[in-house]
Design a protein around this ligand. Structure first.
Ligand SMILES: [Zn+2]
Length: 359
């Protein structure tokens, strides 16, 4: 592996400088003799982050290693070098041995209620098993556990929360004792209100946020990963369920119709928002640039904040470094300034992972 030299405007600081990468893949401030200049002019971002995707999953459940690899490569080639996996039924730790594949922060397997989630995805348990299951999934993950906070209850004919609030609070407290953060899938109003009140660390989707809960999240610093592109599937879920579950269908249509206003209120209130594609269920991997654009154009984040939500801000939230001296050289280079036009983000010129040019 050879040393690299890149020159460009490094974000978020916005100053033009040289970035040197030593032959072990770490960023150095001092010039390295004989380094291979791979970029002379352009813009450099700390490796992009997809804060909600699923590597090793498709719409039917877990997938084989070859499919898992192609998903990871699609993310990587789009510049997403750090993936927060929001739940998969298969063990993907073998990816960690592959220097050419993105880094993954896993949340173990989704924790769901029996017959209250997508088939073959979750570990399906009753509330009295929740604390023990959180302990189990904490051991399988990389510092995160994922709950399915709400789903359709076919008897009620509508979205309904999956866990009694006191049980969820006990499970979250147990995770925190273990040093693990908890996130939850929440579409409706009740689950998100109760889980935020119970001290959860992050909410996925969050379409059911009310002003009170948004204020609570802002006060507590609870993160939000809206997966805005994915939310456009709500009308289809409504159409599929419509004849049998009209209340659910109406609820989903309403949540979709209001989602940009609701998510925009969260941004305005100062809730920390991060970019996640939800790739691996219905959507393909590699859509991080599209999600960033949606956070800007539809949810109303500034271009710089939307960019940070998929790069430096998300890295800091996940405890991963940027491009300082001695940090691993995970970076993406562009010909154009994505702050001026976020569409440039979809066209990386160069992707460097662990100090190697991988795309
Ligand atoms: Zn997901």
């Amino acid at each position: 592996m050879s040393a690299l030299h890149l020159r460009g405007v490094v974000l978020p600081e916005g100053e033009e400088r040289d970035v040197w990468v030593d032959d072990e893949g770490y960023v150095r401030d001092d010039p390295i003799q004989g380094a291979d200049t791979v970029l002379d002019g352009g813009w450099l971002l700390p490796g992009l982050v997809d804060a909600h995707c699923h590597v090793g999953l498709d719409e039917h459940g877990g997938v084989d290693a070859a499919t898992t690899e192609s998903q990871a490569v699609a993310s990587r080639d789009a510049g997403a070098l750090l993936l927060r996996d929001a739940g998969v039924p298969v063990d993907t730790h073998w990816v960690d041995e592959r220097p050419d594949l993105p880094r993954i922060i896993r949340a173990g397997r989704h924790i769901a209620r029996p017959k209250r989630y997508i088939r073959n995805y979750g570990e399906e348990i009753e509330p009295e098993q929740l604390v023990a299951e959180v302990e189990r999934q904490a051991a399988r993950g990389d510092g995160w556990v994922k709950l399915v906070g709400d789903w359709i209850d076919r008897d009620a004919g509508d979205l309904a929360t999956c866990w009694p609030a006191d049980v969820a609070a006990a499970a979250i407290a147990r995770a925190h004792e273990l040093g693990v953060r908890v996130t939850a899938h929440c579409f409706g109003e009740q689950s998100v209100a109760e889980l935020v009140g119970a001290g959860i660390d992050c909410i996925e989707h969050g379409t059911g946020l009310t002003d009170d809960v948004i204020a609570d999240m802002a006060r507590r610093g609870t993160a939000l990963v809206p997966t805005r592109v994915q939310l456009d599937n709500f009308p289809e879920y409504a159409a599929q369920a419509g004849a049998k579950f009209p209340a659910y269908a109406a609820h989903m249509r309403d949540l979709h119709a209001r989602c940009d206003a609701v998510l925009g209120s969260a941004v305005e209130a100062g809730v920390p928002v991060y970019a996640g594609t939800d790739a691996g269920g219905v959507l393909p991997h590699g859509l991080i640039a599209r999600e960033v654009l949606a956070l800007h154009e539809q949810v109303g984040m500034s271009a710089g904040a939307a960019l940070g939500a998929a790069s430096w801000s998300a890295r800091s939230w996940l405890g991963r470094p940027g491009l300082g001296e001695g940090e691993p050289a995970d970076l993406v280079a562009y010909d154009h300034d994505s702050r001026a036009d976020l569409r440039a983000l979809a066209h990386p010129r160069l992707v460097v992972l662990r100090g190697r040019v991988v795309a």
